[in-house]
Design a protein around this ligand. Structure first.
Ligand code: SF4
Length: 435
């Protein structure tokens, strides 16, 4: 494990480096792509410098994989905590000079041309700091402590104005001996947070437990794929078109869609030729979609809609590509969930994915009456059964998969998946030649 963890760290460093230096950029007119170099002496020289810099500045410790899953206190900055939640959260050190920091809003002298960056973003504003405070306060699911200490160093400091606003003035702050410790909330014992797992994680672990272990537990990063981001770029364009229709009430013309593609379609690592080919493919998909589903574009209820399915001790998260409103009469709209696939091959989990979102939607009180897997290359739609029985079977399946992960069952499943498996060279179960 320790040896693998070292290799994994090395793959992470390569990935970090490549994501920056091999990223192409748009031409100065906002169109066309300027490729980054992916070979040559200078690239390796830069990598050597990057490694030397890393070794000098970091203590290259190798953490045992899985440490982050320990039942322990997580200590982190507010920025690092974005998007995460815990049952109990402490936000200490809310003093007048720390949040907002004393320098916020003060004009500073910059050595970089100010047209190249947003001065506000780096000098900070009260609004930004309040938003950050809001992020900190909303990380707790059950119990939140916000506090300040009177003498961080030698001289006493005042509490943060944000803390005072929430407390209702300095007189309302409590001293440590008056604190009510988070033993219970509203008379009920704090429930341990359910295990949160994304649907894609459950799907990947089911395709091959060992591949999942290599990637997500050990942390091996795959080699950079030139087509990386294609599916996401197509989803992004569809979302922009849907938002445009919602805002204007009109389906964009063909030339407007062309313009949008020129402006917004971007693959960070594709060389020019691959970019041109994939850009053409994306054009075909989008044209077909807009031509076939003009009416539907007027009925889009949400795009990239996050869902959380709460089962006992388990929360399965995911994001549906698009939710369509089927009827406009009732106060609770009848909805359909569609998932767009950009690759021709359909994984067997596609149905399960939509059923997961439908079950989560039911938990929110939404009425999802249809689900479709939409194959963008062919324009075909496969309906997904959403009867109560099918949703019950789907949730049983999710529980079974989560249990296997909890039990550390990372069994290999050699087969078709080995062909596209990026850890096949390390795997003694691989069933295809990888050389
Ligand atoms: S090569 Fe095959 S068996 Fe091995 S980890 Fe990859 S998918 Fe699993």
């Amino acid at each position: 494990m320790a040896a693998l963890a070292v290799i994994a760290r090395f793959t992470q460093l390569i990935a970090d480096f490549e994501k920056v230096v091999r990223r192409s950029r748009r031409g100065d007119d906002g169109r066309g792509i300027i490729e980054a170099s992916d070979r040559g002496h200078s690239l390796y020289h830069r990598f050597a410098t990057f490694l030397a810099f890393y070794l000098k500045n970091e203590k290259p410790s190798v953490e045992e994989p899985g440490a982050e899953q320990l039942d322990a206190v997580h200590v982190m900055t507010i920025h690092q905590s974005k998007g995460l939640q815990w049952p109990v959260v402490f936000v200490p050190s809310l003093t007048a000079t720390r949040l907002p920091p004393g320098r916020v809003g003060r004009t500073r002298e910059w050595l970089i041309d100010e047209r190249l960056f947003s001065r506000d973003r780096y000098e900070g504003t009260d609004d930004q700091e309040r938003r950050l405070f809001y992020v900190a306060m909303t990380r707790a699911r059950e119990w939140l402590s916000i506090s300040a200490h009177r003498t961080p160093r030698v001289r006493p400091v005042r509490p943060s104005p944000y803390l005072l606003e929430v407390a209702g003035g300095e007189h309302a702050l409590r001293t440590p001996d008056q604190l009510v410790l988070p033993v219970s909330v509203g008379g009920a014992q704090i429930e341990p947070e359910g295990r949160r797992v994304s649907f894609s994680e459950l799907a990947a672990a089911d395709r091959c437990g060992l591949a999942h272990w290599y990637r997500d537990i050990v942390g091996l990063r795959p080699a950079l794929a030139v087509e990386m981001g294609y599916g996401r770029a197509v989803h992004h364009l569809l979302r922009l078109i849907a938002e445009d229709v919602q805002a204007t009430g009109r389906v964009p013309s063909r030339s407007a869609v062309e313009d949008l593609l020129d402006r917004e379609f971007y693959l960070p690592f594709a060389p020019r030729r691959t970019f041109a080919e994939l850009s053409k493919a994306a054009r075909r998909l989008i044209d077909r979609y807009v031509a076939d589903h003009r009416d539907e574009l007027h009925s889009i209820w949400a795009t990239e809609r996050p869902f959380e399915l709460h089962l006992d001790g388990l929360v399965v998260t995911g994001r549906a590509d698009v939710v369509i409103r089927l009827d406009r009469s009732g106060s609770v709209p009848q909805l359909a969930i569609a998932d767009y696939k950009t690759a021709a091959a359909h994984l067997p989990d596609n149905e399960l994915q939509i059923q997961t979102y439908a079950a989560a939607a039911a938990g929110e009180g939404l009425d999802v009456v249809a689900g479709w897997i939409h194959d963008l290359p062919t324009g075909r739609r496969a309906p997904v059964p959403l009867s109560e029985e099918r949703l019950r079977r789907a949730t049983d399946e999710l529980r079974r998969r989560a249990r296997r992960l909890d039990e550390g069952d990372y069994r290999p499943r050699p087969g078709e998946a080995c062909r596209r498996c990026d850890v096949a060279r390390l795997c003694r179960f691989a069933v295809v030649s990888t050389r």
